[in-house]
Design a protein around this ligand. Structure first.
Ligand SMILES: [Zn+2]
Length: 478
């Protein structure tokens, strides 16, 4: 039978505040385990939570960027469950009264752009991090726990089940990451866990509106894993349904090395968590004017920026997406475009060689001045250097920040147009290739290109081809 997948995502975003959400401990990533902890985030008796204002501001900004309705009053609730990474045996989260309702993200899918609606966004605290011995949580002989992460502020974003494939889930997450990176509230690094995603998926016959039994997939550590795990799960469920079997509601773990899901536990319902309002925290109240002031702090968002770059600089959609992938890259491009009018040439260099060299050298675009790129392009446009030299200089410029004009002088990379320098090379090539020289003299014009090519090779492309043509013609006429 033909099925349609119904996919909803739950995304956890670590907000990049300097301290934790309910205490003053550092949120630095990668510190020695269990060094950024206090009685508060370890849940010792008698300690009380104090809400971090910055975490609230960041959460509101993200919610506004996602078109959510931010609530003037929301309530922190205890989500009760016992797990080794949760020393209080409850997580401070939000339940019936979240920070924000609704919202949407517009995503460009291959079939066209579509809004994916959001259900809600709420604030909560991170749990600690379990480090399992061996490759897999299921086969681990033991696990270690690091409480440095316990209490890092999290924004949980829940989508409506409007995503239809693993590919769509991936594109949605990539767009979400770009948007959140723009707002500056999170570094959204999936590899460091500051952006994480759980997905639930069910199947229904195409055309039906009835919902099937869903499974939840956890441990999706990369965009690729999200796509693969959902495709795997869709195929697995379809096979069971086709054989007349029944899908069992459960939580599964994606095993990236086996490229398969494995059942972790049968799914709990919300009732199992025994949510209740946290008696240690008053309701979170926000003035409408304060919410609007945070909206004013939002930068131009990716969708608007891509649109504007297309209109203003004549970029196509794909180019605009590459240039506007980060605010920093777009700022670099726009700064360069102000002083360099050949925007077509500029975008070709930025999206091609420049981005390639940044990736190769591990440098950030903010480490490079647009002035240097313009200097390089002007050397090339003015014929002072050739293209291979320009590429070589770009690599050097990205690596060391050296100015291209200076490099040309230091290394003698400029074009050789001096007849005194070229003439001996022309003589040499004629002497070494008497047959070609004879062919030219007897009227085969093509032989000239061959001879010019030989001098080009000797000078690694730096000889001025027009001057060479003239020299060969003069010398061969003698
Ligand atoms: Zn603490």
């Amino acid at each position: 039978m033909n099925y349609e997948a119904v996919i909803g995502l739950e995304i956890h975003v670590e907000l990049q505040t300097r301290s934790k959400i309910f205490c003053g401990c550092s949120t630095a990533f990668g510190d020695e385990p269990n060094t950024n902890c206090c009685p508060g985030c370890l849940g010792l008796p008698g300690s009380l939570p104090v809400l971090n204002r910055r975490a609230v501001e960041f959460a509101v900004m993200a919610a506004l960027a996602l078109n959510c309705r931010v609530q003037e009053r929301s309530i922190f609730a205890r989500k009760n469950y016992f797990y080794p990474d949760l020393p209080k045996a409850y997580q401070i989260s939000q339940d019936d009264f979240p920070l924000a309702w609704g919202g949407y993200l517009e995503v460009d899918f291959p079939e066209g752009s579509r809004r994916i609606n959001l259900l809600r966004a709420h604030l909560e605290e991170e749990a600690g991090k379990l480090i399992h011995a061996g490759d897999s949580i299921i086969s681990a002989a033991y696990s270690l726990v690091d409480y440095n992460r316990a209490g890092v502020p999290l924004l949980e974003i829940v989508t409506e089940p409007e995503i239809r494939s693993g590919r769509e889930a991936r594109l949605f997450l990539e767009e979400l990451r770009t948007l959140l990176r723009y707002t500056g509230v999170s570094d959204v690094k999936m590899e460091e866990g500051s952006l994480r995603c759980d997905a639930n998926i069910s199947l229904r016959p195409v055309g039906s509106s009835k919902l099937g039994v869903r499974t939840e997939v956890k441990n999706l550590n990369s965009f690729r894993a999200v796509e693969q795990a959902l495709n795997y799960e869709a195929e697995r469920q379809a096979r069971i349904l086709d054989e007349g079997g029944e899908i069992i509601q459960c939580t599964c773990h994606w095993d990236d090395s086996r490229k398969a899901t494995a059942v972790m536990r049968l799914k709990e319902g919300a009732a199992d968590y025994r949510y209740f309002p946290d008696p240690d925290l008053p309701p979170l109240t926000l003035e409408r004017s304060a919410i609007e002031a945070l909206r004013d702090k939002l930068p131009e968002l990716p969708r608007e920026k891509r649109q504007r770059l297309q209109e203003r600089y004549g970029l196509n959609a794909e180019e605009a997406a590459i240039i506007a992938a980060t605010r920093e890259m777009a700022a670099f491009f726009e700064q360069a475009a102000e002083d360099y009018s050949d925007h077509r040439n500029l975008v070709n260099w930025v999206q091609g060689d420049l981005i390639y060299q940044l990736r190769e050298s591990g440098k950030e675009i903010t480490q490079l001045s647009p002035v240097l790129l313009i200097e390089l392009l002007e050397l090339l446009d003015g014929g002072e250097i050739n293209r291979p030299v320009a590429k070589e200089l770009l690599e050097e410029m990205v690596k060391s920040g050296a100015a291209p004009r200076k490099l040309v002088q230091q290394r003698g990379l400029g074009k050789i147009a001096d007849r005194g320098e070229l003439a001996p090379l022309v003589e040499q090539v004629i002497a070494e290739n008497p047959a070609a020289a004879e062919n030219y003299r007897s009227g085969k014009k093509k032989a000239l290109a061959f001879l010019v090519g030989k001098v080009m090779a000797l000078t690694r492309g730096r000889a001025d081809p027009q001057e060479l043509n003239r020299l060969f013609q003069e010398i061969l006429k003698k």
